[in-house]
Design a protein around this ligand. Sequence first.
Ligand code: SF4
Length: 335
Amino acid sequence: MTETKPPLDIYLCAPRGFCAGVDRAIQIVELALATYGAPVYVRHEIVHNKFVVESLKAKGAVFVEELDEVPATKQPVIFSAHGVPKSVPENARELNFFYLDATCPLVSKVHKEAMLHDKRGHEIILIGHEGHPEVIGTMGQLEEGVVKLIETVEDVAAFEPRDPNNLAWITQTTLSVDDTADIIAALKDRFPAITGPNKNDICYATTNRQEAVKIVAPKADVMIVVGAPNSSNSKRLREVGERAGCRQSLLLQRASEIDWDSLGAISSVAITAGASAPEVLVEEVIEAFRTRYDVTLDVVVTAKEDIIFNIPRELREAAIAAGVLEEGPKAVAVN
Ligand code: SF4
């Protein structure tokens, strides 16, 4: 006699998973490997996902935390999607490294904002999380101490500006949209003359994934975010799921991390993935549910994404010359 599986509705968020910046960063490493051969050196995890990092290692990428771990080489050294302080490319030039920058163009845009505010003489506040590589990279676009970090509404209350009428703010790209709105409101309330972007610097991918979770999580008994514990946007998605009223909101790297006993009696699950989590891991989680439940899958589309970023021109040209990339229409950055 075959065992009857209990029914389970899975609500699959769309969009989810890879964003244009992550896709571009991975393409840069893969294309560099195909063009220049192994090894290529990558400073920091190219994107915050162990599965992605391990797959690239298997193809010949060597991951380091700092440039002093790279031997003297003519092979490319690649900077991660999170961006780097200015001192890193400077150091790479001193060491005669050939480097490729996989910084997401939306992070580079925030770097440019910081430099422009500095040029205009504003004191700069960065809303972000201390220690995150993107925050280190953005603060490192200017001399140490020029960019002040604010993490909470309480930090706004405690902040002592040089001149309250000459302030500017920028943000990390992967923050909670709602928490950031509160911090910006507190800044504007305390410093009405403060200047900044129209809304915030949180990127389209972070915003869209959080919006999807807000819509889907209240329908489900459990919210599962596929993503890494050091991925800022994935951690925010788990929090958004919790705040949206989901009884259990979990951040998991792989299906093997699901604690089936603690899920309890459930009839619905919502699933999304952070911007650095590959789709194959989402499929793995869905398959794990299929082995235990009679699954009805409902893809909930809350936004359409068609953003693509160009790879660096010098890599593109070298890849075409090496015959590993065909000449064709260029991908166009539309954001
Ligand atoms: Fe770029 Fe946003 Fe993706 Fe980060 S999450 S790599 S800022 S698109």
